[in-house]
Ligand binder design. Sequence first.
Ligand code: T1G
Ligand code: NAD
Length: 698
Amino acid sequence: MATATLTKSGDIAVIRLAHPPVNALAQGVRQGIQDGIAAANADPAIKAIVVTGDGRAFSAGADITEFRSGPKPPGLGEVIDTMEASAKPVVAALNGLALGGGLEVALGCHYRVANKAANQLGLPEVKIGILPGAGGTQRLPRIIGIEAALDMIVSGNPVNAEKAAKVGLVDRLVEGDVVEGAIAFARELVAAGKGPRPGSATRIDPASVPADLFAKKRASIARHPSGPMAAKNCIAAVEAAVGSDYKAGVARERALFLELAGKPYARALQYAFFAERQAANVPDIGKDVTPRDVKTVGILGAGTMGTGIGLAFLNAGLPVTIVEANQQALDQGAKRVRETIESNVQRSRISAEEGQKRLANLTTSLDLKALVNADLIIEAVFENMALKKEIFAKLDAVAKPGAVLASNTSTLDVDEIASATKRPQDVVGMHFFSPANIMRLLEVVRGKETAKDTLATAMAIARRIGKVGVVSGVCFGFIGNRMVEAYLEEAQAMLLEGATPADIDGALEAWGLAMGPLAMMDMAGLDVGYRIRQEHKLTPERAKLYRVTDAIVEMGRHGQKTGAGYYTYGADRKRQSDPKIEEMFAKEAAAQGLSNRKPGADEIVERCLLRLANEGAKILEEGIALRASDIDTIYLNGYGFPGWRGGPMWQIEEMGLAKVAEKIKAYEARHGKRWAIAPLIEKLVASGGKLADAGVKG
Ligand code: T1G
Ligand code: NAD
């Protein structure tokens, strides 16, 4: 149900937006506001109007699900203009988040009152590839000043109620019931004879704006997470507020909005928004499955991952016990955890009190028995099956009944690990990404015997610690790393064809990836892949592709940590091309009889992308991934894939699967069977189907 209701509290009318869960401004809500304003103005007993939201939000803005069908009248801009034109003062009572169109509604009110629950007030439209399209780019600068408004609109980041009060976005902060507070505020206005105060009425004097403000902002958005369009148009819209009257400014805002709406980058970002939320739905795990209660967390191993995972839980307020086999490793790991928390305090990211709380929540031990009370135990020891099985057998003896036993393995078979226990139903993979306290992705690996409530617990805890949980079945590398294998392999092939590491990384980074494949390998450590290749015998074709990279590792060049890998790294950690490496590839190419065809930037991007997506399609068909959008969510949150490109699966769907199939086959003809097309793509081409419909529903 989407509506806005009108009630009366004496001489004050209260309009309440009601559209659970976050009062998105669907048609019924817009109509309700418009009707409410008209009714309140028509009622002589009413002196002022309060607008608030039902439940936990004021409003999360325009209803994104309406974007595809196009909005029905009344338009939001029109509704807000009606509100602002009210002859009786309108006061927003910000009872919770107000984002996008939600904040624009509040800006259309003449005054704003908030309590602490209004912890997210912002215009995040840029994050979904558009700009505030209901007057926000014109009213916000008039109300809080051009610089603060420009920052909020271009970053899309919200402010909390206190900050909002400081910049003049909120007129009064109240404790307790915000509607009561807003009613009292409205009565004071009436008593003082203060009427409407339309935000749009102010004129921004061009002389008050720093001369280089917009130029500087433009220079700062080269790699904006929303891509090359939205932030640019946001800046232009705010610029249009300077010196102009509101009407002219809003006309410019509209034109700039229309340049973005429905365009590929915006559609990709909106798809990504829903894909992320969809990933939380596991079809056979309904609301009837209750996640287990997690109050305390145990972690095994205080290495890179164990400490990062520990921090992720401490940051979310959970008590953590880290158990190690080695005193020195334990001391070092604990030190790293403490230093990270202390540096967060020093940089004012958290208060000293919060820092103390987090530090006090950390316990360390060399004894597995310290985990007897843990509700969730995450193993992050060396990547070795025998060791992991030994540990899970021991955990089985120690952990309390019902504890969830998770492994952070990146490649090993979770079913085999579970078989070391008498409770395989309690075992699940929780594959964090490094650095685990920062990266948002968590692959939740569902074993053959993983119980539904075990899986539900892992997914719920992911959300609680601010991660995006995505379910994967068991296979080598799970979803993300299995795909990355194909991608890295293609990069090897192109190095042998004469592209330099800088050509490959440069092409992909220019296309939008945070980091190209070779720089990524240098960062992760070239020895990591080397060891995996040694353990799992490669086919002769693959071994040939990796010959130079193996030689680089054998020279002691393990990447950033040794100061050299594909690139060399100076004290500033910036990568520099190394002709020696280029020569090594050229020599090997000659030995293999390959001609130097030096693929260009477009081909580099296309081949990397198609290898990723082709492997993704295989993973989808095998049921390892539940849906194509889950695969994209993994790439957007764990692999530096830009949101405005939607993800590898979205990309090939956009290209058109028939064309994609043609290209893959052409590459197969040129490069051989590593390019074998995923049967699913062929099937979908034949049936005219879509990847989006290929996985599970729900
Ligand atoms: N439209 C439609 N559905 C929405 C929605 C929206 N704006 N916001 C949230 N939902 C759904 C969401 O899909 C999920 O559904 C449920 O609400 C709970 O969300 C003219 C152009 C508000 C911070 O970009 O950032 O205004 O999965 O799980 O973690 O200028 O949702 O339960 O079926 O995310 O507490 C601008 C987007 C729109 C805000 C809440 N607004 N939303 O986070 O819960 S454009 C945004 C969010 C605009 C005007 C324009 C977050 C949240 P389901 P959730 P949460
Ligand atoms: P690491 O070498 O940094 O740390 C492993 C730690 O485990 C060491 O401190 C070691 O002393 C400790 N350990 C060994 N045996 C133990 C035992 N019996 N009991 C308690 N502690 C013991 O390794 P890492 O990079 O943190 O990787 C850990 C796991 O996480 C591996 O399975 C790895 O595949 C996985 N993983 C790593 C990454 C990454 O980027 N490093 C990413 C995702 C997953």
